[in-house]
Design a binder for this molecule. Sequence first.
Ligand SMILES: *[C@@H]1O[C@H](CO)[C@@H](O)[C@H](O)[C@H]1NC(C)=O
Ligand SMILES: *[C@@H]1O[C@H](CO)[C@@H](O)[C@H](O)[C@H]1NC(C)=O
Length: 200
Amino acid sequence: MKEKIHILLSFTFLTLFCLSTSTTQQFHIPNNAVLAQASHIKQRQLLYYKDKFGSRNELASVPHSLVFDNPRLKNAYIALHAWKLTIISDPLNFTSNWVGSNVCNYTGVFCSNALDDPSIQTVAGIDLNHANIAGYLPDELGLLSDIALFHINSNRFCGTVPTSFKKLKLLFELDLSNNCFAGRFPYVVLGLPSLKYRDL
Ligand SMILES: *[C@@H]1O[C@H](CO)[C@@H](O)[C@H](O)[C@H]1NC(C)=O
Ligand SMILES: *[C@@H]1O[C@H](CO)[C@@H](O)[C@H](O)[C@H]1NC(C)=O
């Protein structure tokens, strides 16, 4: 009996589906119109993203008063501040101490000696797991060329993984899980030569 009801229901849905499809066909909507509408919606979504998450070109400026131990730390400053500019909510205040030139003291940022130059300190890892931050990943994150670890599990980062991630040649662990990324699979992560641990 249950099965019969099930079959009946499926049949009804199928019929409804076919009816609705044929109704659409009766209206003879030209494919171009549908495409134009889709592109319009996409455009609106893009604008919404720009409004909500800022433009995609927010190069953070470096105040002249700041002094950095080496140029890579200055690049890290640019990357982290471009990232901070995209953040629209940080309820647990992870990034509120992201000020000044000492990026190694920022919450969630870890430094160590550079692999190719042990005499200097560079940013080796980012760990913002469970920070519940809303924002997106700016292109400037590609400036973090020394990072081995990038963990942003359980946040509200949206948009896409920037192609600039291909510059992260030392990246060993990447955890982007439990966020709100959209779009197609971030193929850029497949080309990372050092990547061993990946959770998307
Ligand atoms: C974060 O900072 C704001 C403003 O300084 C404060 O009101 C809030 O309680 C802080 N939240 C946490 C979780 O520390
Ligand atoms: C930043 O970290 C260094 C060690 O790397 C420490 O000596 C210094 O006191 C810290 N500065 C602040 C403002 O926390």
